[in-house]
Design a protein around this ligand. Structure first.
Ligand code: PMP
Length: 281
């Protein structure tokens, strides 16, 4: 596998990041993940726009234009012969003697990219539906920034793994914020698609935005508001979205069966619509 590191394409085991990298010491960095389908990047312009915004919010200079990013990503996809999977991008504030405040302005950011082969379309979980558990949302107050500081999400996902389920939905003040690595949606009996409004409390999901654009085609009305956990338990359908899961049906939350315990028809329709969009992006 070839990885990209600071301007070079290298074999995986030759790519090295120094111990003093601020990503390693402080989680002082930003990441982004785009899906690849049929060798092509899905909705990549939106991911690169979010990367640029996240970097701006923490004062790291974006080392590349969107066009340069896309060219580098594409080159990596080609070098790795990736037809389906993910491209991971990370930018940290670079390497400097350990000190909390920013290093000198001429410190170059560390830029890393790698690919992961993964079946996104033929995901068996999408057929059976995923189970989720809720956990307390332990994160900081700027969750709109896609920071590499992911300890709370690591613990949330581990709680899911320990419970034998696929995802953890994080809860704050009785309402779902989002999944540990996904956006949470529920569908109500009157064909309303409910998801939390954007704020600093959650990441603005790129897949979320695409699904909201597609909702009308599934004859669903979008409602952006808080989702109390008790309401989620009673939803007719539920699902989560991310670049790597696309639209993933949820069939149980904290052991309570959602709908018929199978992926719901509106969720399946949204997944199909999203796949159609993704294939043509
Ligand atoms: N929320 C969180 C906390 C995430 O980590 C992710 C995955 N990056 C998402 C939502 C989904 O975002 P996207 O659809 O852009 O992958």
């Amino acid at each position: 596998r070839t990885v990209y590191l600071n301007g070079e394409f290298l074999p995986f085991d030759q790519a090295r990041v120094p111990v003093m990298d601020r990503g390693f010491l402080f989680a002082d960095g930003i990441y982004e993940v785009s899906a690849v389908l049929d060798g092509r990047l899905v909705d990549n312009a939106a991911h690169l726009a979010r990367l640029d915004r996240s970097l701006g919010e923490i004062g790291i200079r974006n080392p590349h234009s969107a066009a340069e990013w896309e060219r580098l990503e594409t080159e990596l996809v080609v070098k790795n012969g990736l037809s389906e999977g993910l491209v991971y991008m990370q930018v940290t504030r670079g390497v400097a003697e350990r000190d909390f405040a920013f290093p000198a302005g001429d410190t170059p950011p560390t830029v890393v990219m790698f690919t992961q082969a993964k079946s996104i379309l033929a995901n068996p979980l999408a057929e059976t539906g995923a189970r989720v558990v809720t956990v307390e949302d332990l994160r900081w107050k700027r969750r709109d920034i896609k920071s590499v500081a992911l300890l709370a999400q690591v613990l949330a996902k581990q709680a899911a793994a320990a419970a034998g389920v696929a995802e953890a939905w994080m809860v704050e003040d009785g309402a779902i914020t989002e999944g540990s690595s996904s956006t949470a949606f529920v569908v109500t009996g009157d064909r309303r698609l409910v998801t939390r409004p954007l704020s600093t409390a959650l990441l603005p999901g790129i897949t979320r935005a695409a699904v909201m654009r597609l909702a009308a085609e599934a004859d669903l009305r979008v409602e952006e508001r808080l989702i109390p956990v008790t309401e989620a338990y009673a939803a007719t359908e539920a699902f989560y979205t991310s670049a790597s899961a696309f639209v993933m049906p949820v069939v149980s939350i904290d052991g309570r069966t959602i709908g018929e315990g199978r992926p719901g028809p509106l969720t399946r329709r949204l997944r199909e619509l999203y796949l159609g969009m993704a294939r043509h992006s």
